[in-house]
Design a protein. Structure first.
Length: 490
């Protein structure tokens, strides 16, 4: 099986990673291969689904050119610094350059112990593998920067968690696996040479437009701040709750990474958390911009020795850059909200108009996705207002807001049909509903039935299209179907 590997990270100094081989498993079987992604990567999907492909995707056989390594990193987890984390259950096989010229990592997740595993077994259970496959591919289809899922295999071996579960391996594709925590790892050791090497590498790999900057550290900080501001704004646009925004889960490339206790809002609640370990609401839905800025401050701290020789000047430069995050995020979020409301132009009070709607939704528990998708039809036909109003316990709450919205729409010269069409590209009909993910996982884990998983992946691949045959997958959960907590599954 041919992989055209070109492994630049493996050519960095030895202290950046640990060489390690995947642990072989007993009876690998392919559950899913992402054929479209395989095509982008120049891979043969038929070969990946073959018995030989299963052996490779499980880590039993390595393709030619692979240089398997586990990456070193540290991280702030729920605000507390952990000096050494690293890839404890993931192994980077190597890097490919896809058909569009983009360099990506190919990683096996759940492929056995590494030198960074600590007390873990390095394995993954089937449920978390399917969750990451479903959600990461849904995010990609929603147009949000994300790691991707190339394949999922079951290993034929059990893993022990609170119960015995089937083991699995996810093949993950990412722009890279460099995290804020990667920089923290070297900063904690006072390794300025490694920080300088990593900064140059990350800038050239992810932001080549700034590769010749006079101050590489400042150029990288500026671009990562911008990327994270844009990313989190887009999360809020689809009601996504990452669940565990630790610095080791903050990618320098600006991609969504590490789908553990993630979830999507049903009813709109800015204080909503799902993670079973987020007892204080640190990573609640509306807290995500603040936490992103906090994580970026930790990133900036690692770069201080590189920003300027004078510490006070370095702190001034970092602070100035970090303070721009709020403005950048506000602008990005405003763009997201205007698109969701069908506003083609920019007016000063647009954010207040959106905030008013969100406040009304929060106080009445209105479903986030259904409300905004319904607005698309209302933009074309005002008679739809009556139907939308029924989503509120007090219909007048929507009608009062709708009057302000329609006055704002009237100030733009845009045909209703064109506006509605644009809104349908900003307001998905389908998101990965938490209860549907849970049902797909239950069927696969308990009954070896992957049809619900396949159906969900297929529908979520076209989230902005009305798919009448699968309209039930857009429905919010019944009371007995509600998912109140999600888990890392590690």
């Amino acid at each position: 099986m041919t992989f055209a590997f070109d492994n630049t990270y493996a050519r960095l100094p030895a202290r950046f990673f640990a060489p390690v081989s995947p642990t072989k498993v007993r009876a690998p079987r392919v559950v899913k291969v992402n054929r479209a992604l395989a095509e982008e990567l120049g891979l043969d999907a038929d070969q990946l689904t073959s018995p030989a492909g299963a052996e490779m995707l499980a880590g039993n056989e390595l393709p030619a050119g692979a240089e398997p390594i586990a990456l070193a990193y540290a991280g702030h987890q729920f605000g507390s610094f952990v000096r050494q984390l690293g890839d404890g259950r993931a192994i980077l096989l190597g890097e490919l350059v896809d058909k569009r010229g983009r360099r990506v990592d190919v990683q096996l997740k759940g492929s056995g112990r590494t030198p960074f595993s600590r007390q873990g077994d390095g394995r993954a259970a089937l449920g978390p593998v399917l969750r990451e496959y479903i959600v990461s591919e849904a995010m990609a289809a929603l147009g949000i920067p994300t790691t991707r899922a190339l394949a999922a295999v079951v290993t034929g071996e059990p893993v022990r968690r609170d119960e015995i579960l089937p083991g699995a391996v996810l093949t993950r594709v990412a722009a890279s696996h460099i995290r804020v925590g990667t920089f923290e790892f070297f900063a904690a050791r006072g390794d300025r040479e490694a920080l300088r090497t990593l900064t140059s590498y990350a800038l050239r790999r992810h932001y080549p437009d700034a590769a010749d900057a006079r101050n590489e550290a400042l150029a990288l900080l500026e671009r990562v701040v911008q990327a994270q501001a844009n990313l989190v704004a887009r999360w809020l646009g689809v009601g996504f709750v990452h669940g565990v925004m630790n610095t080791d889960n903050t990618a320098i490339a600006g991609e969504t990474i590490d789908y553990g206790p993630c979830a999507f809002l049903d009813e709109y609640d800015p204080n909503k958390t799902f993670s079973s370990i987020d007892h204080g609401g640190r990573y609640a839905f509306a807290n995500q911009p603040r936490i992103a800025q906090w994580n970026l401050a930790r990133f900036a701290e690692t770069l201080l020795p590189l920003l300027a020789d004078d510490q006070d000047e370095a702190i001034r430069m970092a602070t100035e850059c970090l303070e721009r995050f709020s403005t950048l995020f506000a602008a990005a979020h405003a763009r997201v909200l205007r698109a969701k409301l069908g506003l083609a132009s920019d007016e000063e009070d647009d954010t207040a108009l959106a905030a008013d709607l969100l406040d009304r939704m929060a106080s009445r528990g209105v479903d986030y996705t259904i409300l905004f998708r319904s607005l698309c039809a209302a933009a074309e036909d005002p008679a739809e207002d009556a139907r939308i109003a029924t989503l509120f316990a007090e219909p007048g709450a929507f009608h009062d807001w709708s009057q302000s919205w329609r006055r704002r729409l009237a100030r733009e010269d845009l045909a209703p049909q064109a506006r509605a069409a644009a809104m349908r590209l900003a307001n998905p009909a389908f998101i990965p509903r938490n209860h549907r993910i849970a049902q797909a996982i239950e069927a696969a884990v308990r009954r070896d039935d992957f049809e619900p998983f396949e159906t969900l992946v297929r529908v979520l691949g076209h989230p902005y299209e009305d798919q009448a045959e699968f309209v039930h997958l857009a429905d919010p959960p019944r009371q007995d179907e509600r998912v109140l907590e999600t888990f890392c599954g590690t």
